[in-house]
Each structure stands twice: as structure tokens, then as C-alpha cells.
Ligand binder design. Structure first.
Ligand code: FAD
Length: 378
């Protein structure tokens, strides 16, 4: 029986699996391998860190998402041999006819001394719960908890927004201490993937809350006392959150010596890994090129879904020996929530803020869940 194997059940992998189940005839087997048993709504993690939602609100069990014909394997992907299309996992090896890599990215601490040991991360529901609980514990014991967020992308900016929102900082009857949160990042502006006016609007909101933004600074090391930058600045801190560099979450190098440029798989216009016509990569794991704008596509849930969609169509075309389609991203807009009623969005060329922007963000989530035929839980 010919087989497709999809690694990763995130925004990209879920879309590939569901589309393939609708397109491929039943002579094909479809397997999805993920270390967890649910599709994690990564874009909701900042709300989870701020204890605004529960873990179940950011987890969609795979069994609710997939028809029975999609075979699910809960396993850790350990290594991938691209040439042989061999995948080694904690539950055994797989050698499909067509392989899809959609495992997203993992934190890349760039060999910065102490970073891996002393930083918490926000890449999964489990990470977010650990960060939420660590913050609650620190705040219960201190008048002021000092937090440094390393990185100014979606993760760093949204988590900082949630932790600096008035509702989180002054939590009513709960006897919790103040949060002093700041961003330290190599980026020279917040949200470097977004348009400059979205960045500027987000920056104005954080500055109005007295959140210090140390941009254009490289972290040199992290230790118990805090963060040291290459320019010699030291930030005393109780907690450091790594929201910086990331790279592909699976090991392809050890077996094959394949080097992953810029931490992501290079792909051709049809989203096949360069040099490997039966291996596709999509979502954050790949650096799809946006030919219309002559740039590498941003890492976003919106594009991960579009890439997953195209990968499924191109696998179907490959099987039917039809022409493959090129990736042409459609940017529908973007929305960044910053806690409380503050948000920034750009939709149809219009810059929105406040409740209108928060509504745009929520609408994007609702549209996504509706596409999966699921109600919004919280
Ligand atoms: C805190 C945060 C906030 C964000 N906010 C936004 C936002 O507001 N808007 C937006 O567009 N984007 C946002 N992003 C980016 C967006 O979440 C990503 O671009 C998107 O999740 C990428 O989807 P993906 O399918 O490629 O990977 P993921 O969604 O990360 O899914 C990868 C899947 O692979 C599995 N996996 C990984 N490694 C292995 C392994 N070795 N073995 C087995 N399984 C594995 C994981 O369990 C996971 O299910 C945010 C990201 C973060 C971290």
C-alpha cells in the first residue's frame, strides 16, 4: 500500500492530513506522527501564560479532528534521512513513499552560555503552563518579580503584552506581587516580521505601560543573576524567557550530514525539500519563498495553513502525475494581542487598535476553528 507520512500535527500538518484524506483515494495510507495527542493552538499560548485560558482551550484532540482513515502515531521523531525517506521515532521506523515535514521549530539557544539552563520557553502548551505556574509561584513570594523576555517577535511581544496588562499586573483580590517585565532583543524593532506601522503601534502600547524595550542588543550569557549583553549591560532578573531564535525541531543532520540553512528546510516553489522530490516541508519548518514580494515567507500560523494546503494539493498532483502549483502566499492581515483590551491589527491595509483589533484577532481564531468544524471553547 503506498503511504504518506506527515511529521507534526500543528497548523501545517493538520491541514495536510485533512486535505489528503479528502483527496487521496483509499489505496493510500495516511499517517500523522506527533509527540502529543492534540493539535496545539500555539497562537493562544500567551493567553495561557497569563492564566486567561485553560490548557484545554489551546488543545484540540486529534481524535476530534481526523477521520478514521488517518492513522495517528504518538511518538517523538528522532531523526530523518531525507534521501532514504526514513523516519526514526521513539515508536519505531517509517519509510513512506511521500514524506511531509511539518514539525515546526524548537528554541535555538545559539550556544549562548547558560541560556538553555536558565531560560524558560513558550513553544508548547506544556511550556506555557510551566511558565504560568513559575510566575504564580514567584509572585506569591515577592513584591516584585523581574522578568526579561529575550526576543521581540510574535512570542516575545505578545507574552510581554499579556504580562504587562493592567489586569495581570494588579490581579484584584489575589495577593500577588507586581511584574516588572522588559524585552531584550537583537531585533531593532518589535515584531520585525510585521509592517513598520504595526511594530510602531505595538511599541507605543508597551511604552505607555512603562515596559522598557532594549532593542538591538545581543545576549552574551545568562546565569542565576540574570542576562548579560555583548555590550556589557547586565539585567538583574528572577526569570528569563527565551523568545528568540528557533530552528527545525527534528534532527536531519546526524544521519545524513544535511545542513539546514538558517534553521529551516530550503524548499522549491512547490514546497519540496531541495533535492528531494518526494519530501515536502511546510509551516515554520520550511523557508518557503514568497516570489511576489521577493522574500522568505514569515513564520506564522496563517502561512503554515496555506503551505499545508498547497502541500496536500501538490501531493495529490504528484500521485495523479499532474502539474504542481507554486506557493503564492496570501496575507490576509495580521493581529497582535497585547493583553487587556489592547491589540494591534492590520486588515485590508487598515491599521486597527484597541477593541477593533482584539476583535480581528478573535475573528481569525473563530474562522480557523470554524474551518475545523469546532466551536470556540473560551
Ligand atoms: C507564543 C507564540 C505566539 C504566536 N502568535 C502568533 C500569532 O498571533 N499569529 C500567527 O500567525 N503566528 C503566531 N505565532 C507563530 C505560529 O504559532 C507558528 O508560525 C505556527 O505554529 C507554525 O505552525 P507549524 O504547523 O509549522 O508548527 P507548530 O504549530 O509548532 O506544530 C508543530 C507540531 O509538531 C510536533 N513536533 C515537533 N517536533 C516534534 C518531534 N521531534 N517529534 C514529534 N512531534 C514533534 C509538535 O508537537 C507540534 O504539534 C506564535 C508563536 C508562538 C510561539
Amino acid at each position: 500500500m503506498p503511504a504518506v507520512c506527515i511529521l507534526g500535527g500543528g497548523y501545517a500538518g493538520v491541514r495536510v492530513a485533512r486535505e489528503l484524506a479528502a483527496r487521496l483515494d483509499r489505496s493510500w495510507s495516511i499517517t500523522l506522527i506527533d509527540r502529543g495527542d492534540c493539535h496545539q493552538l500555539i497562537t493562544r499560548l500567551p493567553e495561557l501564560v497569563a492564566a486567561k485560558i485553560e490548557p484545554r482551550d489551546a488543545c484540540l484532540p486529534f481524535q476530534r479532528l481526523f477521520a478514521r482513515r488517518i492513522h495517528r502515531v504518538r511518538a517523538e521523531v528522532l531523526a530523518v534521512d531525507l534521501a532514504a525517506r526514513q523516519v526514526d521515532t521513539s515508536e519505531g521506523s517509517f519509510q513512506p513513499d511521500i514524506l511531509v515535514i511539518a514539525t515546526g521549530t524548537a528554541p535555538d539557544f545559539l550556544d549562548i552560555p547558560g541560556a538553555q539552563t536558565h531560560c524558560l520557553t513558550v513553544k508548547s502548551v506544556r511550556d506555557a503552563v510551566h511558565l504560568r505556574d513559575t510566575l504564580a509561584d514567584l509572585r506569591a513570594r515577592r513584591h516584585v518579580t523581574r522578568v526579561v523576555i529575550v526576543g521581540a517577535g510574535y512570542t516575545g511581544t505578545e507574552v510581554t503584552g499579556e504580562l504587562s496588562a493592567p489586569e495581570y499586573r494588579v490581579p484584584g483580590a489575589r495577593a500577588l506581587g507586581w511584574i516588572d517585565v522588559r524585552i531584550v532583543a537583537e531585533d531593532t524593532r518589535l515584531l520585525p516580521q510585521a509592517s513598520p506601522r504595526v511594530s510602531a503601534a505595538a511599541e507605543r502600547i508597551l511604552v505607555a505601560r512603562n515596559v522598557p524595550l532594549y532593542l538591538g542588543l545581543s545576549v552574551q550569557r545568562v546565569d542565576e543573576s540574570g542576562v548579560w549583553t555583548e555590550s556589557g549591560t547586565h539585567f538583574d532578573t528572577d526569570l528569563v524567557v527565551w523568545a528568540g531564535q528557533t530552528r527545525v525541531a527534528v534532527d536531519v543532520h546526524a544521519r545524513t550530514g544535511y545542513d539546514i540553512p538558517a534553521g529551516k528546510f530550503g524548499v522549491d516553489p512547490y514546497l519540496r525539500v531541495e533535492g528531494h522530490d518526494s519530501v515536502f516541508a511546510c509551516g515554520d519548518a520550511s523557508s518557503a519563498f514568497d516570489y511576489a514580494h521577493a522574500r522568505i515567507s514569515a513564520s506564522s500560523a496563517q502561512l503554515a495553513i496555506q503551505e499545508g494546503d498547497l502541500v496536500a494539493r501538490n501531493i495529490d498532483a504528484t500521485v495523479r502525475r499532474q502539474a504542481l502549483q507554486e506557493f503564492r502566499p496570501r496575507i490576509l492581515g495580521e493581529a497582535i494581542s497585547l493583553g487587556g483590551n489592547d491589540a494591534v491589527a492590520e486588515v485590508g491595509g487598515m491599521l486597527l487598535s484597541g477593541r477593533a483589533a482584539a476583535a480581528a484577532k478573535r475573528a481569525a481564531l473563530l474562522r480557523y476553528l470554524a474551518g475545523l468544524s469546532l466551536p470556540l471553547v473560551a
